[in-house]
Design a binder for this molecule. Structure first.
Ligand SMILES: Cc1cc2nc3c(=O)[nH]c(=O)nc-3n(C[C@H](O)[C@H](O)[C@H](O)COP(=O)(O)O)c2cc1C
Length: 336
């Protein structure tokens, strides 16, 4: 097993899942503001894109985001190593390898979830990435996000053997999306819903490999469920629930780490300097507000809030006043 330094356990309790098209830098800045202790993850970026693509855009990251991980896709150890090094030099605190994405595009490129069937290749990739990050002046851990297996793999021992092999290569933290990926016949969306969840595999893994840091992910819908997972693992990673109801992140952060519960409007207003700085750089308001739409989810006025932002943010010249207008509508409901 690896004897590399572990990640500060407090930083692992709460995290927001990597989500393509969703967890861009604007989204992460917003999540950081509402959940100061959460660990944040980028969208998956392919190693080739990191090496040859528009890095300023693909690796965009604001200093407030820390601790923040870059998630890489790929299966060529040499390329992954180069990309990991670039990510670490850019300032990311962790490099995470995607072994869980089931999309056709990803399968054609032989990465993502199909890597669950290639433990040797993953181990080689992880070892190369660890070596590439080892000479930096700070420790940047290489971690893996995986499923339980693919298709009809239902053998816990096989899953644990996969983890053991990768751990031997230098990975001490695993995010377990606690269901299989079905590589045929399901869309990526269905692959997040149809294969049954088996949290007990993640719990058992933590019991049997207590030195590894194990984060459980998949289908965590509310604060009680998230809190229950902490009894069995090192942390809970929330994806869709965090995105669609970001206030849940705030409530979890306060419940688990302390501090005062702030109102939705107060949290949002704290984003104003960031939004105005981005607008001044030429960013369109809609690129930021699309991540805010769920803030008042389930609240009176939540629908009007969403509507004002979605209808107004793409208009030329849209600025912070639109956000104030949306907040004012929710406040009028509260006082009605
Ligand atoms: C829109 C969307 C994009 C996603 N993109 C990624 C990705 O880039 N990398 C990854 O490892 N998982 C990705 N996922 C999966 C999530 O990280 C997470 O494992 C999954 O949604 C289950 O967690 P949840 O039930 O809390 O949402 C994505 C999920 C969604 C909804």
């Amino acid at each position: 097993m690896t004897d590399l330094p572990v990640i500060d356990p407090a930083q692992l309790r709460l995290s927001v899942a990597p989500m393509m098209d969703w967890t861009d830098s604007h989204c992460r800045v917003f999540h950081r503001l509402i959940a100061p202790h959460a660990r944040l993850y980028s969208e998956m970026v392919h190693a080739n894109a990191v090496i040859h693509g528009d890095r300023a855009r693909l690796l965009a990251m604001d200093p407030v985001e820390h601790p923040v991980a870059l998630q890489l896709g790929g299966s060529e150890p040499e390329l992954l190593a180069q990309a990991a090094r670039i990510g670490a030099e850019t300032g990311f605190d962790e490099i995470n390898l995607n072994c869980g994405c089931p999309s056709d595009r990803v399968q054609a490129g032989r990465f993502g979830a199909c890597l669950m069937r290639e433990p040797e290749l993953v181990a080689e990739s992880v070892a190369a990435m660890v070596a590439a990050c080892a000479t930096l002046d700070r420790h940047v851990p290489v971690t893996v996000k995986c499923r339980l297996g693919v298709d009809d793999d239902h053998d816990y021992d096989r899953f644990r053997a996969f983890i053991d092999r990768i751990a031997d290569a230098g990975c001490a933290m695993f995010i377990v999306h606690a269901r299989n990926a079905w590589l045929q016949g399901l869309s990526p969306k269905e692959n997040r819903e149809v294969p049954p969840l088996r949290y007990d595999w993640a719990y058992r893994l933590k019991r049997e490999r207590p030195d590894l840091q194990i984060i459980v992910n998949g289908g965590i819908a509310d604060a009680d469920e998230a809190t229950e997972h902490l009894q069995h693992t090192d942390g809970a990673m929330l994806g869709r629930a965090a995105y669609h109801d970001p206030y849940l992140l705030h409530r979890l952060d306060v419940a688990w780490f302390g501090g005062d519960l702030r109102s939705r409007a107060e949290l949002l207003r704290a984003l104003r300097p960031y939004v105005e700085a981005q607008l001044a750089r030429g960013v369109f308001l809609k690129h930021i507000t699309r991540h805010l739409l769920g803030l008042f989810a389930g609240e009176r006025g939540g629908r009007a809030f969403r509507q004002i932002l979605s209808e107004g943010a793409h208009k030329p010249g849209a600025d912070w006043s639109l956000v104030e207008q949306a907040i004012a509508v929710t406040e009028s409901f509260a006082h009605a």
